[in-house]
Design a protein around this ligand. Structure first.
Ligand SMILES: C[S@@+](CC[C@H](N)C(=O)[O-])C[C@H]1O[C@@H](n2cnc3c(N)ncnc32)[C@H](O)[C@@H]1O
Length: 314
């Protein structure tokens, strides 16, 4: 849960913007494809069924618009808007008729008091300053208006796999200067430097990449690290295959992409709530004027926790 008064950093904002620009529209796409999201779908359906036709619905931290798509599918003519700290222009193009506002902190919503009938959030509001974001969520609700938040669960399967993924990345890349050595290879070629100097740099780069290869495990958690090491391996084993400028450009893109991914995953771990955390979250909501209706765990078909589901009204 985000600390009170904390605001998202510009790097984090860019990391999310890049993610949504990359066309990642669905939340939990693997679980969705495998049909494991029954509990989540049911929770949203039940929430939407409590709202009047044509209700004004605001989705907080909307991202790729997963909740909005579910609300549209409900076919109840809701007037839907979404806000997020990320730039959502790429997402907007996929959601005609929905008003999306990017670059917006949940702790400072650009909406009038009592201007929506319902607020929703899925894996979003817990990333923001909880006291301020819950205050804002309740402020914009009409009296009697309803809310449903689906929150990351600290001991859930999603959090476990993110933690394993981050640990695998660290095990492979910690202390490595492979990117730096790779850049040196292509900068020397670009100049061009004497061939002996280039050959020495090539050997150092190959050596550093070899070390990374030896650290990549077979576990699923190493998936991303394996891809990155594969990319570096191709560069190190055939440095002539690309122009130096192209190789440098691709290295920058991959490194930046990797860094943004790490930031997002770490934020996800920080946002996840254990039982105590979700109780504190509920307390903030109550202090803001939200009346808790239900707080329950959503589970995967095999019984493992997926998320918290919290319903309330003003
Ligand atoms: C895990 S994504 C969830 C997106 C979407 N609700 C879903 O279910 O797929 C978290 C989202 O929260 C947004 N976010 C994080 N901190 C925020 C803040 N302080 N204010 C507004 N949005 C924030 C991020 O930009 C990102 O789009």
């Amino acid at each position: 849960m985000a600390v009170s008064g904390m605001h998202i950093s510009p790097e984090m904002q860019t990391a999310w913007t890049q993610y949504w620009k990359g066309g990642n529209l669905e939340s939990l796409p693997e679980d969705q494809a495998a049909g494991r999201l029954g509990a989540l779908e049911a929770a949203w359906k039940e929430f939407f069924s409590q709202l009047p036709d044509g209700a004004r619905l605001l989705d907080l931290a909307t991202g790729g618009g997963d909740v909005i798509r579910r609300a549209v599918t409900a076919g109840r003519n809701f007037q839907i808007a979404g806000v997020d700290i990320a730039d959502l222009s790429a997402v907007s193009a996929t959601l005609p008729g929905v008003e999306l506002t990017g670059n917006t902190e949940l702790s400072c919503l650009p909406l009038a008091d009592a201007s929506v009938d319902a607020v929703a959030s899925q894996f979003g509001i817990e990333y923001a300053d909880t006291a301020a974001a819950t205050r804002e969520a309740v402020r914009v609700l009409v009296p009697g208006g309803r809310g449903h938040f689906v929150l990351h669960h600290a001991v859930g399967a999603i959090t476990e796999s993110v933690a394993a993924n981050l640990a695998a990345d660290r095990a492979v890349f910690a202390g490595s200067n492979a990117f730096q050595l790779g850049r040196a290879v292509f900068e020397l070629r670009q100049r061009p430097a004497p061939s002996a100097e280039i050959a020495r740099a090539d050997a150092e780069f190959r050596n550093a990449v070899g070390k990374l290869q030896s650290r990549v495990g077979t576990d699923r958690a190493f998936g991303t690290a394996r891809n990155v090491v594969g990319f570096l391996t191709r560069l190190a084993s055939a440095p002539h295959a690309l122009s130096p400028a192209e190789a440098l450009h691709r290295m920058n893109v991959v490194e930046e992409h990797n860094r943004a991914r790490t930031l997002r995953k770490q934020a996800q771990l920080d946002a996840a709530l254990d039982r105590k955390g979700v109780e504190k979250f509920s307390e903030c909501l109550a202090n803001a004027g939200g009346r808790l209706e239900t707080l329950k765990e959503l589970k995967y078909p095999m019984g493992r926790p997926m998320a918290w589901s919290l319903r309330f009204h003003k």
